[in-house]
Design a protein around this ligand. Structure first.
Ligand SMILES: NC(=O)c1ccc[n+]([C@@H]2O[C@H](COP(=O)([O-])OP(=O)(O)OC[C@H]3O[C@@H](n4cnc5c(N)ncnc54)[C@H](OP(=O)(O)O)[C@@H]3O)[C@@H](O)[C@H]2O)c1
Length: 294
């Protein structure tokens, strides 16, 4: 089975790459290999490699940046999955594409299910939703995996940012009024391999799934737990103070959903595999912290 992995040097892509090494004929695509904003280059890549599976972990993920670069966000988050899905449909390949909790309004207090109506509030959320719609409309055999609050030991995410500051002895001020589903990139990569292992005849058309670690919390609570566990596991020498702040005290360009918890029950029922809890996932991430630092 030949797998084409886009975004291979991204946070999720690096975890997918580790999981898929050796198992298959894996073609890893980073920006140096192909500019995925260039549709002609993407066509040439697909025709030259002819994958059985396309895993699209590439996206424009800068939520604030997307507000002022909406054309680029649309190209990566909407037109790219549309193109991949059309190619998959024509060539009887399969697509696994990632989307986001930002497709929802962020109001309410019940975990979002796949049947809930999207109402994105930011350019990032709007373009990711358009990407979902395009994949569905293509008629390709596909999974759309919505996830949320993805972290890892790699640079450029919430967890590595706060633990980097804590390692320098800095106290942390963290938003306490946004609730979500923190998800380790390793858990998401593991869940992805479970989906890839399913026989094609078990899925017809497009299947939409929410894949997140179990347990909802605020960024503040996640930071508290992470600092505590990091000290326990020797990632930090000593604890630092973690103080709650409101979103008003931490202004950002794009609106953030206040309630962004996703319900992974459909994925769990489909695969028979329970998602790890936030505590289990944090432990697994921190246990291998230093090996992911390069
Ligand atoms: N991170 C989160 O909290 C989160 C939450 C919900 C959903 N998701 C979704 O999960 C998926 C994976 O996210 P992630 O956290 O792994 O994001 P990430 O670390 O930002 O990775 C995205 C990858 O896409 C690549 N890319 C962007 N533009 C490209 C272009 N024009 N040509 C080639 N490659 C390009 C990036 O390459 P460069 O590094 O060279 O730019 C990067 O390697 C995305 O679909 C995202 O929307 C993420």
């Amino acid at each position: 089975m030949r797998i084409l992995l886009t975004g291979a040097k991204g946070q999720l892509g690096r975890h997918l790459s580790e999981r898929l090494q050796g198992a298959d004929d894996l073609i890893e695509v980073d920006r140096a290999r192909c500019d995925l904003a260039n549709a002609a280059a993407v066509s040439a890549l697909l025709d030259a490699t002819h994958p059985d599976w396309i895993i699209n972990a590439a996206a424009m993920t800068g939520v604030d940046e997307a507000e002022t670069a909406s054309a680029e966000a649309d190209q990566l988050n909407h037109r790219l999955p549309e193109q991949l899905a059309h190619w998959a449909k024509v060539h009887s390949a399969r697509l696994l594409h990632y989307s986001t909790d930002y497709v929802f309004s962020g109001t309410g207090d019940a975990p979002w299910k796949e049947t809930d109506a999207p109402a994105p509030q930011s350019v990032y959320g709007i373009t990711k939703r358009r990407g979902e719609e395009a994949v569905v409309a293509s008629g390709a055999s596909a999974y759309i995996v919505r996830t949320a609050w993805v972290y890892s030991a790699l640079r450029g995410n919430f967890l590595s940012a706060i633990l980097g500051k804590a390692a320098q002895g800095q106290a942390l001020r963290v938003v306490n009024d946004q609730i979500g589903s923190p998800t380790w990139a390793g858990s998401l990569a593991h869940a992805t391999t479970s989906l890839l292992a399913r026989p094609p005849e078990m899925e017809v058309g497009c299947t939409l799934l929410h894949v997140v670690n179990r347990e909802a919390m605020s960024w503040f609570e996640l930071a508290q737990r992470a600092v505590h566990k990091a000290v326990e596991l020797g990632v930090l020498d000593r604890p630092v103070d973690v103080m709650p702040v409101s979103s008003d005290e931490w202004p950002q360009i794009a609106p953030r959903p206040a309630f962004s918890v996703l319900d992974p029950s459909k994925y769990e029922t489909l695969t028979g595999q329970e998602m790890a809890s936030v505590d289990e996932a944090l432990d697994a991430c921190l246990a291998n912290w230093s090996q992911w630092q390069c």
